[in-house]
Design a protein around this ligand. Structure first.
Ligand code: DI6
Ligand code: FE
Length: 410
């Protein structure tokens, strides 16, 4: 691409590019310059190169600070109504998540509260959650529906997802998760609800461009693989991408199903077996790890991280921000937990919220690494070591947040 002139350059940076073509940990380039025109990174150059010296436009001197791509939280349910604190107290007193779900607590209690709220009310509730993610460097976020479970209430949630993104200048990847739970009005008629999803909800969100992907909760307490298969088939027919909550509490072979459909990602994966790993490796389906839910549910079985690594399955890390199993609006906490609880390296955690998270949202060609032609979404960090971003929580050493080439500090 034609490089100059540049609108703005960031000089004297330690660029953690996460570009696999850069042969260094984190794709690190020391004393480099990132050049931006419009919304795009147009060049990555050594700071002492002639093009940098010739530049006459805006300059930011990073003074040796680290620069990473903007963070991508590729799995959240951040639009919801009500509170699940009572569920948490029941769990602390010994009642399992699955039992709470069966007696109509859990997801269904959030459905009742979410249905009762207007779009404006839901937006007000969701904003502080997205603001918290943004304050830690998130520039792109996936947001699921799944607490409406009627056509109108799912559309309402997806419209709120779009609105909060616009309000805070964050790119949103909206996902239809109508197959989150069987709503009470369909109790005992799960197949009829699946028909509603396949025949009405999916065509409508596709037509109105309110979602780009379809998610399912493929689990003993939710939807069976054959039902998920029907939903995925409908999603594909309408040009929507596929992903799923699979192998979280039991092994239903949902990851294999997603891989067979060429899905973007299989998420959770605590009970993933060897066949699942092999299927994902073959198709390049991203493994989205959600250690905050594992922690909060006091799960015992960890996802097979070593096997995923050995198989070359891309691993992303996400917050799973939701009221029941991961009420944590912190992607950095999820990264920290991915290291401490799942044994990822800090570099893998950082790659998991940048390059691999971009893959998990079908955005690998536009986002996730610092490379020419990618969008100029990047973060300047005031740290002495990159792993500090993952290690130390409670303070956010973010010096500058650049979105589409412009500074947008939270
Ligand atoms: N798995 C999860 O971790 C969330 N949804 C899902 O299918 C939990 C959502 C909730 O409990 O509200
Ligand atoms: Fe989830």
């Amino acid at each position: 691409m034609d490089r100059g002139p540049f609108d703005h350059i960031w000089i004297h940076a330690k660029l953690a590019t996460f570009d696999p073509k850069v042969n260094a940990p984190c794709g690190l380039l020391e004393d480099y310059t990132l050049a931006v025109r419009g919304e795009t990174i147009v060049a990555i150059l050594p700071t002492d190169s002639p093009e940098v010296r010739a530049h006459r436009g805006a300059v930011t001197d990073c003074g040796g600070k680290f620069v990473t791509p903007g963070f991508i939280d590729c799995h959240t349910h951040l639009v919801w109504g009500g509170s699940r604190v009572a569920d948490w107290e029941s769990r602390l007193a010994g009642e399992p998540y699955t039992e709470i779900a069966k007696r109509g607590g859990g997801i269904l209690s959030t459905v009742r509260a979410t249905r009762a709220m207007t779009e404006d009310e839901l937006q007000l509730a969701a904003l502080p959650r997205l603001r918290a993610l943004v304050a830690e460097g998130v520039t792109c976020v996936e947001i699921k529906s799944g607490y409406g479970l009627t056509l109108d209430d799912e559309l309402k949630m997806l419209r709120v997802a779009k609105r909060v993104g616009e309000q805070l200048n964050v790119e949103v990847s909206p996902t239809l998760l109508a197959a989150h739970a069987v709503p009470p009005e369909f109790a005992g008629r799960a197949d009829d609800y699946v028909s509603l999803i396949a025949n009405e909800m999916i065509p409508t969100v596709a037509r109105e461009q309110l979602a780009e992907a379809v998610d399912v909760f493929c689990e003993s307490i939710a939807f069976a693989p054959v039902q998920c298969d029907r939903i995925f088939t409908a999603a594909k027919r309408h040009g929507l991408a596929i992903k799923g909550h699979v192998e979280q509490l039991t092994n239903s072979h949902g990851a294999e199903l997603i891989a067979r459909h060429g899905g973007w990602s299989a998420d959770h994966l605590e009970f993933l077996d060897d066949a699942g790993v092999a299927a994902m490796a073959k198709t390049g389906t991203v493994a989205v790890l959600l250690p905050a839910a594992f922690y909060f549910l006091r799960e015992k079985q960890k996802p097979p991280v070593e096997k995923l690594r050995a198989g070359g399955v891309p691993m992303a890390v996400a917050s799973d921000l939701n009221p029941g199993t991961s009420p944590f609006a912190s992607l950095r906490l999820a990264m920290n937990m991915a290291c401490v609880l799942y044994g990822l390296t800090p570099e893998e955690a950082l790659v998991g919220v940048t390059r691999e998270a971009a893959k998990a949202l079908g955005r690998a060609s536009r986002l996730g690494t610092l490379e020419a032609d990618k969008r100029a979404d990047f973060l300047v960090w005031d740290v002495t070591h990159l792993a500090e971003i993952v290690c130390q929580l409670g303070v956010t050493p973010l010096a500058e947040r650049i979105v589409r080439g412009k500074t947008h500090n939270a």
